[in-house]
Design a protein around this ligand. Structure first.
Ligand code: COA
Ligand code: ZN
Length: 298
């Protein structure tokens, strides 16, 4: 069984030219949930000046409070974000840490070590408040500012963050720089040391290797993946990054491999259509054309 966390409503929407209103964001979340996705990154409590598309995430959360069986994650960059998330009733927060200082300074105005100290104290608060926490390691496979990232460094960071009692550690290929061999080289020692229960991967499809990287990570023992409906995405702070690997591509690949995801591809295709209609983008991964034919003629 593979678990997919759809990050389209956050990572996917944050850098779109078109800013969706709360109702449209809610509609998109409901569409992916209708396809059987039980894990969704629904928004972020970040500065609305820095990321206008994520303003009003509190209202998004309020409008989806009926989706009780869905694990709804919100991204937070600092203590302020944590407090806002908690006040809005969030039950799971994601924090971004960094494999390089270059990316950390550009993204949150802190060095990687400063961001880590801040996240560590927030993890302690969250544990106390009964809020689960995930930690992302951004630019785990390459940084637009600092270049190559040593797999050993990423392994060391994972070991460090394990001590914080986080629920999940996500190795993020923020700019889509990874290749499948590098993914195996990075992930295999981590899985050998810690097992796969808390490890997830987050790939962008910038260089068309998103799906190959998912497969490499899966082969190395990872069973939890982020993906973005319609391949929406990019990062406003990471030059050249395009969307996440498309959810429909990942789900189709696992379906063809006989690996269960619990997700209905036909309903997912409808969610993908909606994502593209709402944002007006031409993104959409590679599976859409083939899936469209399957469901049109069957
Ligand atoms: N939620 C809402 N507003 C916030 C906030 C949060 N979590 N954190 C800071 N702010 C506001 C402050 O109130 C301040 O507003 P003002 O200008 O109206 O006074 C402004 O943001 C700057 O705050 P400051 O404490 O000086 O932070 P900073 O400039 O060092 O860092 C970040 C600001 C990092 C919080 C902001 O740039 C941000 O939210 N970035 C988004 C990062 C992100 O989403 N990355 C995507 C991950 S791939
Ligand atoms: Zn991302």
């Amino acid at each position: 069984m593979v678990i997919i966390n759809d990050v389209g409503p956050r990572d996917g929407l944050q850098s779109q030219d078109k800013i969706l209103d709360v109702n449209d964001r809610v509609q998109l979340i409901r569409a992916v949930v209708a396809a059987g996705i039980n894990n969704v990154e629904v928004g972020a409590f970040v500065s609305p000046k820095a990321v206008p598309a994520m303003a009003s995430t509190d209202r998004v959360l309020a409008q989806i409070s009926d989706l009780k069986s869905v694990t709804k994650t919100v991204l937070i960059p600092n203590l302020r974000g944590y407090e806002l998330a908690k006040a809005a009733g969030a039950k799971r927060v994601a924090m971004v840490l960094y494999a390089t200082d270059g990316m950390s300074v550009k993204n949150v105005n802190m060095t990687a070590a400063e961001a880590e100290a801040s996240a560590k104290s927030i993890c302690a608060l969250a544990a106390n408040d009964g809020i689960s926490a995930a930690v992302y390691i951004a630019v785990s496979f390459g940084c637009p500012f600092d270049g190559a990232v040593d797999p050993t460094h990423v392994g060391d960071l994972v070991t460090q963050y394990y001590d914080y009692g986080v629920e999940q550690i996500v190795l993020a290929d923020t700019i889509g720089a990874a290749n499948p061999k590098q993914v195996s080289d990075t992930v295999a020692p981590i899985i050998a040391k810690h097992g796969g229960a808390k490890i997830a991967c987050h790939f962008h499809d910038t260089r068309a290797m998103g799906l190959a990287n998912v497969y490499a990570a899966y082969s190395a023992g990872v069973t939890q993946f982020d993906a973005s409906i319609g391949g929406l995405g990019g990062c406003p702070f990471a030059p050249g990054a395009t969307g996440n690997v498309a959810t429909e591509d990942v789900v189709m690949m696992f379906a063809q491999m006989g690996v269960e995801t619990g997700i209905d591809l036909e309903a997912l295709l409808k969610a993908s259509d909606l994502a593209i209609e709402l944002t007006g983008t031409t993104n959409g991964g590679r599976a859409r054309a083939w899936l469209n034919r399957q469901y049109q003629y069957s």
